[in-house]
Design a protein around this ligand. Structure first.
Ligand code: AMP
Ligand code: ZN
Length: 494
């Protein structure tokens, strides 16, 4: 079976095949680096990361390029407000984006920056003007003449018949119903930053950067173009118009759009003020692995409503998976093999594959691995797992983790980095006890804990309760949970 997913261009689920053999060329619209990214943004980037990882797991080579929008209306406005250059303004947020992406185990694509490609954008405008698709306005700005491109509206399925020829819009983001000639190049208003180019002073419009950089990196026609659903119109519609007008060839074959993350039924966005950044959640004590699993818990085309309960559920799922992996690695098992367990592992792998091939059904893939873990834990309890059953079970977990990337327990150092960032950025008041506990507990190694637990038990046996209580207090204040069970003392990290 081939991978099938929803292609916004024809508006249906289609089989995916690359244009060239085994090589996939894909482009995603990256962040506009004018602020910290919110977890809605990261829902989209995690969805695209999962697409890319699954393509690789399916045997394709993937060349994945993402742009960083480091110039647009908001950036120009905010940098002028703060009295700094565009570069000074965006540097900090670009760095934060890369750090946050790494915190969420998003594999880094090849990154391209808009401001590194200004001359090529000016050339693109000249080429469009020569073909009659672009025209210059009185103030030196250039616009794309949409009436000349009959396919305009084919991605967003909007009918622009009867649109007003020559009406213009010069905003980067505009109303969903605006069928207007859009700005390719903007002449500077007094006091605004600009670049000096053969078509005059100015800066590129938002849409042109993606046409120029994607074609430069991936060729005039490539396999896949991705982003959040809000980009369908105008951004991607305009990218298609500019690119196909220039080359006369199809631009991207597959258009992949992730549905918006909601909070209490409303879309999460900066303008509504209902957004949470990754850092906000970590400061509250939530682990990056739980956040990543949550963002991928619902298939990318379905609505995901963010709730703290959902996040807690994901934390418990991550624990289940990690604990099972530890248990399996540490277990002393009898030699031999149990055919049923082998089958359980194979079925889990098969279910994950078919779920992901079916329009990236991440919910079903997660359910398949959790089901395997539940059944295998019960089998371990009942002594039904043999030594040779371990490799296929571990391999199923690894296959899951190639895509979901939550099993490696590296949350604590990432959380520590965010804790340090908060201290350095005057956000002390937002640091929760949960975060301090999570970071604190990881500062003690497993061996140190085992030693202390042994000391605690020895003190108890010697009826030195003062000492055993003191050791227990030391361990709990480092954020560990200590439980007395019938088999002795058990500990775990929060
Ligand atoms: P921006 O930085 O605003 O250009 O957005 C970066 C990416 O995040 C784009 O692909 C957007 O479509 C996407 N995005 C923005 N808000 C959300 C949201 N609430 N849910 C999912 N994706 C979003
Ligand atoms: Zn773009």
């Amino acid at each position: 079976m081939a991978l099938r997913f929803y292609n916004t261009l024809p508006g249906k689920v289609e089989e995916f095949h690359p244009l060239e053999n085994n090589q996939v060329r894909m482009y995603a619209c990256g962040p506009t680096v004018y602020d910290y990214g919110h977890i809605g943004n990261f829902r989209t980037f995690v969805a695209i990361d999962i697409l890319c990882r699954f393509l690789r797991q399916s045997g394709y080579k993937v060349r994945y390029v993402m742009n960083i929008t480091d110039v647009d209306d908001k950036i120009i406005r905010n940098s002028a407000r703060d009295g700094v250059s565009v570069k000074q303004y965006t540097e900090k947020y670009e760095k934060a984006f890369l750090e946050d992406s790494a915190t969420l185990n998003i594999e880094q694509p090849t990154l391209v920056r808009a401001t590194d490609h200004i001359p090529e954008m000016a050339e693109f405008v000249v080429a469009l003007e020569k073909k009659g698709f672009a025209y210059r306005a009185e103030d030196g700005s250039y616009y794309f003449r949409i009436a000349k491109f009959p396919g305009y509206g084919k991605l967003s399925k909007k009918d622009f018949a009867g649109m007003e020829d020559g009406a213009r819009v010069d905003l980067d983001e505009y109303d969903k119903d605006s069928a207007r000639d859009f700005a390719l190049w903007k002449a500077p208003k007094p006091g605004e930053a600009f670049w000096e180019t053969p078509i005059g002073r100015g800066r590129p419009g938002w849409h042109i950067e993606c046409s120029v950089m994607s074609m430069e990196e991936l060729g005039e026609t490539f396999d896949l173009h991705a982003g959040g659903e809000d980009l369908i119109f105008p951004h991607h519609e305009n990218e298609i118009a500019q690119s196909e007008a220039l080359t006369g060839k199809p631009f991207a074959h597959f258009w992949f759009h992730a549905r918006f993350l909601l909070v209490e039924g409303e879309k999460m966005s900066k303008s509504l003020g209902n957004f949470l950044t990754l850092r906000d959640l970590v400061l509250k004590g939530y682990k990056p692995s739980s956040i990543r699993l949550l963002l991928a818990s619902v298939p990318y085309r379905h609505q995901l409503n963010f709730t703290f309960d959902g996040l807690k559920q994901m934390a418990s799922n991550v624990d289940k998976l990690r604990n099972f992996q530890l248990r399996l690695t540490a277990a002393q098992l009898p030699a031999g093999v149990n055919g049923e367990i082998q089958q359980l592992a194979n079925e889990a792998v098969e279910k994950m594959r078919s779920a992901l091939e079916d329009d990236l059904n991440t919910a079903q893939a997660q359910a398949a691995i959790l089901d395997m873990v539940r059944k295998a834990n019960a089998a371990l309890d009942n002594g039904l797992i043999k030594k040779d059953d371990v490799p296929p079970l571990l391999a199923a977990l690894e296959r899951f983790d190639d895509i979901f990337a939550v099993l490696k327990d590296d949350d604590a150092p990432k959380m520590k980095a965010i804790l340090d960032w908060a201290k350095a950025h005057d956000r002390q008041k937002d640091i929760s006890q949960g975060l301090l506990d999570a970071v604190g507990s990881q500062s003690v190694s497993d061996v140190e804990i085992e030693n202390k637990v042994a000391a605690m038990e020895a003190a108890r046996r010697a009826r030195n309760f003062q000492l055993s209580d003191a050791v227990r207090a030391e361990l709990t204040s480092a954020g560990l949970i200590i439980e007395q069970t019938k088999d002795g003392i058990r500990w775990r990290r929060k």
